[in-house]
Design a protein around this ligand. Structure first.
Ligand code: GLT
Ligand code: MN
Ligand code: MN
Length: 389
């Protein structure tokens, strides 16, 4: 068994204040853990090997804070960052909690609420940039519908677009070094959330005024809630040059938004995620948007944070073992073997190629007899993950 390194800043692991700071509230019961101050959460993370801490504006500064309170909170937070060496890679706006956002923020039918959402976002962007954030996430949890009666779907998309265009303009005007990352989710808290998947958002980005400023923050659990394969979503985002950030966690199919510890439910899918990110050379934050079980006490919350990072690093070792495994590589070579006779037909279109290909005689029956050794390969992956290989 290879040595698993301890998590350290070079691994670029980050957590949100709302994740490790979650006091264990759920729709059926109040907190089971004390509410910690932002500075305290930073100190808790400081001892775990994490690199970064992210926040919503109101995780850091309560929505009703006075200017004096804001100043004190920020001074404490900055001191904790200095003490621990943690950085702020990402920030975001809370456009979900306040009753004003009950029917959405950027897509709200009420133009006053839309304008307020823009004002809140500009202020939150200023706050994030002031502590070093380079990525700004937009998760539109309330942008959606519970009933489509009364919903203008095309109007909602237009408003969403207008809001992001406005905020891109703001960032450009201010000359901030900041990129936007959109995060999809199919449902919860709305019955249906607009732009429900990473793929839907990818298409939407191309309709914005500054698509180069806007990428994606796919979340493992959110794609899984939609019944999709998150590694495929990551691949499409990467292929488009849009994988700006990633929210790692876990989820059982067909359930509510569970936000489990990374790898807690489906270790094999977690392996394919890590393998993909490491193989392509993803250099962004590895953000764990996950929550400790409500049953955890504070000590167990630390174990949760360490668990997320340790599982990632174990799976990274396993990805390396996969790459070095001769039997596995042999099967991959067999699957991907090149056929020289097909070379004349490869590459881009050319009239001569098309002519030759039209004339070529294929042995369809022989092609139909070819099998692929995925059973053998998958069992080797299982054995690798089970630690018997
Ligand atoms: C909220 C949501 C997450 C988002 C966060 C960013 S807030 O907890 O469930 O998936 O990433 O707004
Ligand atoms: Mn989630
Ligand atoms: Mn998330």
């Amino acid at each position: 068994m290879p040595r698993v390194p301890a998590p350290s800043p070079e691994h670029r692991f980050s957590f949100g204040l709302w994740t490790v700071g979650n006091p264990g509230r759920d729709p059926f019961g109040g907190p089971t853990r004390p509410v910690r101050s932002p500075a305290d959460i930073v100190r808790l993370l400081g001892g775990t090997g994490a690199w970064g801490v992210n926040f919503h504006d109101n995780d850091l500064v309560p929505i009703d804070a006075t200017a004096a309170e804001e100043k004190r909170i920020l001074a404490d937070f900055r001191r904790a960052l200095r003490e621990t060496g943690l950085v702020v890679p990402m920030a975001t706006t809370n456009l979900a909690f306040d009753p004003a956002f009950r029917d959405g923020a950027f897509t709200n039918p009420d133009s006053r609420i839309r304008a307020y959402a823009l004002q809140k976002s500009m202020r939150a962007i200023d706050l994030g940039v002031s502590v070093g954030a380079k990525i700004y996430v937009f998760w539109g949890g309330r942008e959606g519908s519970d009933t489509d009666a009364g919903k203008d779907l095309l109007g909602a998309l237009k408003r969403y677009r207008d809001a992001l265009n406005f905020l891109c303009g703001y960032v450009r005007d201010r000359k901030y070094d900041l990129k936007f990352a959109l995060e999809a989710k199919p449902n919860e808290p709305r019955a249906d959330i607009y732009l429900p998947t990473t793929g839907a958002m990818l298409a939407f980005i191309q309709t914005l005024d500054h698509p180069e400023m806007v990428g994606l923050n796919p979340e493992v659990a959110h794609e899984q809630m939609a019944g999709l394969n998150v590694t495929h979503a990551l691949a499409q985002a990467w292929d488009a040059g849009k994988l700006f950030h990633v929210d790692l966690n876990d989820q059982a199919p067909g359930r509510y938004d569970q936000d489990f510890r990374f790898g807690a439910h489906n270790l094999k899918s977690a392996f394919f995620i890590v393998k993909f990110l490491e193989e392509v050379g993803y250099e962004g934050p590895r953000h764990f948007d996950a929550h400790a079980y409500r049953t955890s006490d504070e000590g167990d919350v630390k174990a949760f944070a360490r668990g997320c990072m340790r599982t990632y690093l174990i799976l990274k070792e396993k990805a390396e073992a996969f790459r070095k495994d001769r039997e596995i590589q042999g099967l991959l070579a067999e699957i991907g073997a090149e056929f020289r006779s097909m070379r004349p037909f490869q590459g881009g279109y050319a009239p001569a190629k098309a002519k030759a290909l039209r004339r070529h005689a294929f042995d369809r029956a022989a092609l139909g007899r070819r099998g692929f050794p995925y059973e053998r390969l998958d069992q080797l992956v299982v054995e690798l993950l089970a630690g018997v290989r």
